[in-house]
Design a protein around this ligand. Structure first.
Ligand code: TXA
Ligand code: MG
Length: 350
């Protein structure tokens, strides 16, 4: 299949993309979190094409994307007061809310569940496309299942060229990691997947925030079915070190010295790289790639860069990645959730 790349969008393009989506084609669209693989959320045949293009297990439900909160009404049995307050506070934005689904939503969208996950993205082009389509757009991240989610046009092209009807350029995704997914109770929520709408932010709207036990590491089935699958994995073996800059830099220096024949990459903060470089003056390493994500205190920059750094390691054919983790709070909780999975739970607290 020839995949059309839509760049520098004009009004006509938006109309064309909207129409193609409504008619059942799959088109990758930008959002503020990661690129999504969009299709008509009310059409089972269109949804089947998403699962096929991604190679995704069919019990893993999709998120429906709307252009404004009013569009939620026909998709759900009812909008609770708490859900409405969350939408008012965080939409458009990286918060996905699960609600009891109406009969309009096909089971194919929800992986057989009676709830549907919905969000309104904070990305102008994306919302214009949803509006032009006139239907909710189901969109999982636009990667092949299991791989890091795409945050740039070229990442999407690498995974999806030839498999779908089109890819829409929307620039780099600002946030860089997927939305927070919550289940809503009465004045409380449960986080099923952490993201940029953090526990602290949610607590400005509801009295209580719970965490799905599976995210906390308990051996139970996660409430978001997708969280049970292998995810975000680069091709390399990966380890995440967490600790003070001095301890992390010392541990990495040791690894670099002991692994001279490997294609080794380190993904750390500017501060840690600086410490390593100062200590390793004169030590040679044949395949030593350093990829920095910005200052250790700048979690926004880390989230923004994380997946593209992991994908860069695939391009560089790296054998081993050492990443520097962060404190497990605020946006750091979402980042550590992704690092934990990317490194196959190889988190080493120093
Ligand atoms: O930021 C995002 O959310 C991106 C962009 C494209 O919007 N989308 C995304 O979709 O990450 P996906 O399909 O890769 O992840 C959706 C997650 C999965 O873990 C899935 O299991 C969960 O949401 N989910 C979907 N519907 C659900 C439901 N009804 N109940 C519980 N979890 C649900
Ligand atoms: Mg995904």
């Amino acid at each position: 299949m020839k995949t059309k790349i839509y760049k520098s969008l004009q009004k006509d393009d938006i109309e064309e993309i909207g129409k193609l989506l409504r008619c059942g084609e799959v088109i990758a669209i930008p959002t503020e979190t990661v690129y999504g693989l969009g299709a008509n959320g009310l059409k089972a045949e269109a949804l089947a094409k998403i699962y096929e293009a991604k190679g995704r297990p069919s019990d893993n439900p999709l998120i429906l994307h709307v252009s404004c909160s009013e569009e939620v009404v026909p998709l759900v049995k009812n909008v609770s007061k708490t859900a409405q307050r969350l939408m008012d506070a965080f939409w458009p934005g990286p918060l996905t809310i699960t609600m009891p689904k109406s009969d309009n939503v096909p089971m194919k969208a929800t992986g057989g569940l009676n709830t549907v996950a919905i969000r309104c993205p904070n990305h102008d082009i994306c919302r214009q496309i949803i509006k032009a389509a006139g239907v909710p757009i189901a969109a999982p991240s636009a990667n092949i299942s299991g791989r890091p989610s795409p945050t740039t046009l070229s990442d999407v092209i690498n995974d999806m060229d030839g498999k779908i009807a089109g890819i829409v350029d929307g620039g780099e995704c600002k946030v860089g990691i997927e939305s927070t997914v919550v289940e809503v109770g009465d004045n409380e929520v449960t986080i099923l997947r952490p993201g940029a709408i953090t526990e602290e932010l949610l607590l400005t709207v509801v009295d209580k925030v719970h965490w799905d036990k599976a995210i906390l590491g308990e051996n139970v089935a996660p409430k978001a079915p997708g969280m049970k699958y292998k995810h975000y994995a680069p091709n390399a073996e990966m380890y995440t070190y967490v600790g003070e800059i001095e301890l992390v830099s010392k541990a990495i220096e040791k690894d670099l010295i002991n692994n001279k024949n490997k294609r080794f990459a380190i993904i750390t903060s500017d501060e840690t790289i600086k410490a390593i470089e100062e200590n390793l003056v004169g030590v040679e390493h044949a395949y030593y790639y350093k990829l920095t994500y910005g200052s250790k205190n700048d979690l926004t920059s880390l989230a923004h860069n994380l997946y593209s750094l992991l994908l860069r390691c695939n391009e560089l054919e790296i054998d081993t990645i050492i990443a520097e983790g962060v404190d497990n709070k605020g946006l750091g909780a979402a980042i550590m959730n992704r690092l934990n999975k990317a490194s196959n739970h190889n988190i080493i607290n120093l």
